[in-house]
Write a protein that binds this ligand. Structure first.
Ligand code: DMJ
Length: 449
């Protein structure tokens, strides 16, 4: 018996619809699972480390970065709770921050970390809730951080005393110099005070101006003289988010200079840093002056780069690179801090609960809707639960080979790792991708100007 053509087509469509519905149900289940893991971790933090910077998940105690607490995990986790719809938790945490957090302290803090975690967190929470106290705190912090830019070059000192304004630390790196404009710029836009934008933009521009004749930057620099101290070039820690902010500042502020700086940087990266080995794309290490290869190293920090490539429109390279990141993850069932991609062995076997590989899967899924990226997310989620979950939250690993845990859970696990995992599985309306730019700590900043 011949089945009429129209019946075959309708049956096919039904199967496709069912398949799509099945995938959506599965994603909703996974999003729910991530939310559950967030709550598991949040409750552990509340029980054992409330009022402190970080939970130590094995000893069930806490760690404060500077001997006294700035409530870093609470601050960093706040907008994740908002996006996950954990209203009660988010509201009470915001109330706590608003009534307890003060930056008037005789403590010398790292400008970069306070900018991405606190300034970013306060600004995003302000934009998500309209709570003016968050903006007041952000402005107060911005004022206290500003002295870092009073250097002979305009590039920031590493540390600043929040009460006295005394600065210190003259050897810095592109990431810490160039990952400030999203936050300082947003602060300017929201307060009408241009000093923040101008100082951070100047630092970024000065740094860009110091790139080598082949267009690369090194990994450490004296901010008082502008002389490079470390000339190894890559997209890993110490440099990574400098590139990220060129793309994102062009996006958030429509800043043409940032766009031009990115366009002048990405060619050299693809020429000298990109590497093809065993049929896969990697970004390794090269000397900033000559472009000579200095190492075949990549790692969990480098895994942010597919997201940046995708955001800048290069989906081909982004996809290939994300495939390599997946290989890195699968090598040990969870990714190492550094891998030698020529030998495919760990060069630094720790895993600090980092988010970057998941962040890139989220961007790739957003741009392609290819279910492959949600599948990757599932692999990452399974690995995290299998190797890092503890009775009290999640623990970093001292070795992805032995899977030995270590007593640490950085605040970015709640700010970024679980947020990106959730966003990867949650319906797109959870966060309107087109109207926000996520800072390097995954705090969404919205263009309202
Ligand atoms: C975070 O603090 C930020 O993502 C930063 O850009 C890099 N390091 C951690 C996460 O790995």
């Amino acid at each position: 018996m011949r089945i009429p053509f129209v019946v075959t087509v309708l049956a096919g469509l039904l199967l496709v619809c069912r398949g799509a519905r099945g995938q959506e149900t599965e994603s909703a289940r996974l999003a729910d699972g991530v939310r559950g893991e967030f709550l598991h971790t949040w409750h552990a933090y509340r029980t054992y480390a409330w009022g402190h910077d970080e939970l130590k998940p094995l000893s069930k105690t806490y760690r404060d970065w500077y001997g006294e607490s700035f409530y870093m995990t609470a601050m960093d986790a706040m907008d994740t709770m908002i996006l996950m719809g954990l209203k009660e938790e988010a509201d009470s945490t915001r109330e706590f921050i608003a009534t307890h957090l003060s930056f008037d302290r005789d403590v010398s803090v790292k400008n970069f970390e306070f900018t991405i975690r606190f300034l970013g967190g306060l600004l995003s929470t302000y934009q998500l809730t309209g709570d003016a106290r968050m903006l007041r705190l952000a402005r107060d912090l911005g004022e206290r951080l500003l002295p870092v830019f009073h250097s002979p070059t305009g590039m920031p000192y590493v540390y600043v005393n929040l009460r006295t304004g005394r600065v210190s630390g003259t050897v810095s790196n592109p990431a810490e110099i160039g990952t400030l404009l999203l936050e300082f710029g947003t602060l300017s836009k929201l307060t009408g005070d241009a000093r923040f934008y101008d100082a951070a933009k100047k630092a970024l521009t000065v740094l860009f101006g110091l790139r080598s004749s082949i267009g690369l930057v090194g990994q450490s620099i004296d901010i008082t003289t502008g002389k490079w101290v470390g000339t190894d070039s890559h997209v890993s820690g110490c440099i990574d988010s400098y590139y990220e902010y060129l793309v994102k500042c062009a996006r958030l502020f429509g800043d043409e200079d940032c766009l031009r700086m990115w366009q002048a940087s990405v060619g050299p990266l693809n020429k000298w840093i990109a590497d093809t080995l065993h049929g896969g794309l990697w970004y390794g290490h090269a000397d900033m002056a000559t472009g000579n290869r200095t190492g075949t190293l990549s790692g969990s920090l480098d895994a942010f780069f597919p997201a940046v490539l995708a955001l800048s429109g290069d989906l081909r390279r982004a996809g290939e690179l994300q495939q390599s990141s997946l290989r890195m993850w699968n090598r040990y069932g969870i990714e190492p801090e550094l891998i030698d991609y020529a030998a495919m062995t760990a060069a630094d076997s720790g895993y600090a609960l980092r988010p970057e590989i998941i962040e890139s899967a989220y961007y790739m899924y957003h741009f392609t809707h290819d279910p492959r990226y949600r599948k990757m997310g599932e692999v990452f989620f399974d690995g995290l639960k299998k190797y890092c979950r503890t009775e009290a939250g999640y623990a970093a690993l001292s070795s992805v080979i032995s899977k030995k845990k270590t007593d640490s859970m950085e605040s970015f696990f709640l700010a970024e790792t679980l947020k990106y995992l959730y966003l990867l599985f949650a319906p797109p309306e959870t966060l309107n991708f087109d109207s926000v730019t996520l800072n390097t700590e995954a705090h969404p900043l919205r263009r309202t100007w």
